[in-house]
Design a protein around this ligand. Sequence first.
Ligand SMILES: Cc1cc2nc3c(=O)[nH]c(=O)nc-3n(C[C@H](O)[C@H](O)[C@H](O)COP(=O)(O)OP(=O)(O)OC[C@H]3O[C@@H](n4cnc5c(N)ncnc54)[C@H](O)[C@@H]3O)c2cc1C
Length: 379
Amino acid sequence: MRGSVDIAVVGGGVIGLSCAYELACRGWRVGVWDRGALGQEASWAGAGIIPPGQVDKAALPWERLRAIGAARFPSLAEELRELTGIDIGYRRCGGIEFLEAEEAAEVTALWSAEGIAFERWEAEECRRREAGVIPPEGMTAWYLPGMAQVRNPWLMRGLIAACERRQVELHPQEEVVGLAGSPPRAQGVLLADGSVQAVERILLAAGAWTDGVLKHLGSVGAGIHPVRGQIVLVRFAPPLSHRILIVGKRYIVPRGDGHYLVGSTEEPEAGFTKANTAGAVAELLDFATRLLPPLHQAELVKCWSGLRPGSRDGWPIIGPLPGWENVWMAAGHFRAGVQLSPGTARLIAEVWSGQTPCVPLEAVGWHRPFPSGPRAFRS
Ligand SMILES: Cc1cc2nc3c(=O)[nH]c(=O)nc-3n(C[C@H](O)[C@H](O)[C@H](O)COP(=O)(O)OP(=O)(O)OC[C@H]3O[C@@H](n4cnc5c(N)ncnc54)[C@H](O)[C@@H]3O)c2cc1C
């Protein structure tokens, strides 16, 4: 048995690395194991949209975690830059959500209740303030000045380097295939080479693969499954819109340097296959060029896809596995893993450090109720 750390984090995506960093900052000895390269799965592939939020007024527990993320990202960006020299590309660029009348009533009521700043822009004002944008027929434009973005690959590089600076042990290319010990206490994680890493606590943060890891433990699944999302990146000079443009589950994220990220599909039927399809790429480009017609002349840079960790209700499960005291999971962040990552990390670090958690654990854990009703943000 090897044993040099207190906590084993299984999965080095944005959730695992954020938790590892937060725990290490609070004095824990942490190791992160990933079956592949660190930070190269969903967390690398995502668009990096960070919606705004007000921590004290957010209604659902996950909305509170999102608001914690919105509040934390500016200081996290600064902290990572100071610690590692890496810029994670955090920018409060603002965003425009285009909504149909009925959903506008529901969604803006949630924004108002949470104290999120927004303005309604008539089509004329939208065209004047966002040159080149053609608002979709029958929809109204809602400007959110607090919407922000990060560059996912930069964020992953920053978190990996910050973990290294905080003496987190990083183990890429080492798959966890089981646990040593039996319920209620695990003694460590079992690695693919047959060795065991002895630890006091284990956090499963294996993204879309989490149910596969649970199977290794003989546990029932948590309903975590892959939901493929495809992205197209184009380049156009001179720069057009500076704000994130969102229509339902589709969006254009201007990177501020002439690159425009166009996303994204939701394809649970693709299973664990990462690929771009001609149909989806055509559909995304059609969406982008209708909303921002000058993009017809944009250069196609590249396409990619990632596997979001879907869950039964679109919200993650955070907390102990049934029957286990020291084995926890933080998975199923679906479309919102980046924005929820600071809140998820803070919640786990608070509970494990004996502090009052920022949201009640029973509201986000395995046996939590399924929330119904509209979400403040869908992308
Ligand atoms: C196209 C797209 C757009 C998105 N846009 C946004 C957005 O704008 N804003 C936002 O907040 N979120 C967005 N998301 C969602 C977000 O990216 C995910 O919710 C988030 O990345 C999930 O992070 P994770 O760490 O749980 O999973 P991952 O990043 O997938 O990491 C899981 C890790 O676990 C490892 N692993 C798996 N099995 C094992 C094992 N047995 N042993 C060891 N390691 C293992 C994997 O190799 C992987 O590295 C988007 C996602 C996609 C795909």
